[in-house]
Design a protein around this ligand. Sequence first.
Ligand code: NAP
Length: 300
Amino acid sequence: MADSNFDVIVIGAGVTGLTAAKEAVQSGLKTANIEALMFGGLVVNINELDGEPAGSGTDYASNLMMEISELGVENLSETVSAIASDGKLLSVTTDAGTHRARAVIIASGAKLKRLGIPGEMEFEYKGVSQCADCDGPMYKGEDVVVVGGGDSALQEALVLAEYAKQVHLVHRGARFRARQHLVDAVAKHANIVPVWNSVAEEILGGQMVERVRVRNVATKATTEIPSAGFFAYIGLQPTCDFAPAELARDADGFLITDAGLQTKIPGLIAAGAVRAGYGGMLTDAIADGTAAAKAAKVGG
Ligand code: NAP
């Protein structure tokens, strides 16, 4: 793709980015969407959306993708490496060239964090997974370990409980921080067993995962849980290595914006899971995408 100019460039084709691109093009802006990987982002891991809209995450993202294509958004399959400002225009450098725009929306999202324990890399695709919906059926009648105490861990434990004999929900604390309806749903599943005050130390096995060693943080005692699958849901890390170094970030690397989603660089907007203070629900992704497109229209 040769160098090109747009009114607005949206980086990322998750729900926030797709919504921003749709709103921007509908408001008359010449819009590009850049995505290095598959469109959809984190929502495609969800088989059944929690509330409105109903259906699967993949369906929701596919519909948005089709809509923006029909509306005339230019979809670029490229990897962004840098963003710079000359004071008037922003330039986005990718592996295919440089694109310029009056406004750029960083909606590159976040990815699931890893624990970094022995066995996690070695057993990837051999029992270590981060997609319960995709891999759950492989664990029919088996024991699995899920780590975490937030919405993701409990939501995914509920998915796995439909297949697994027992889901060992290993949490470093003594109570879950997840939303109450998820805590209540987990409590109703006899085959989800919380392992409180405990951390996973090592994933063990031969060809495939066979056991997980956990340590009780209070008593320091360790036990080995027989397990064919291992799923860690311990939070997210932002995907924004390419963002200018001078942008403010919080302690976890999430981009800090003002209330209007503007960063300190004029015309450079951050929205969705990549920014600090993002709500985390599908409705928040949609709201951020909409607000970002409005900010681009005003600034542009
Ligand atoms: P999260 O809310 O940050 O929770 C992370 C969990 O992992 C916490 O329980 C935390 O323990 C634990 N943890 C963190 N680091 C750990 C470590 N090194 N070892 C062991 N445990 C560790 O992350 P999340 O559940 O992925 O949720 C992220 C955002 O997405 C949230 O805003 C959430 O509401 C949203 N979300 C929404 C939906 C939905 O809309 N249905 C679904 C999933 C997620 P502590 O509690 O002790 O800190």
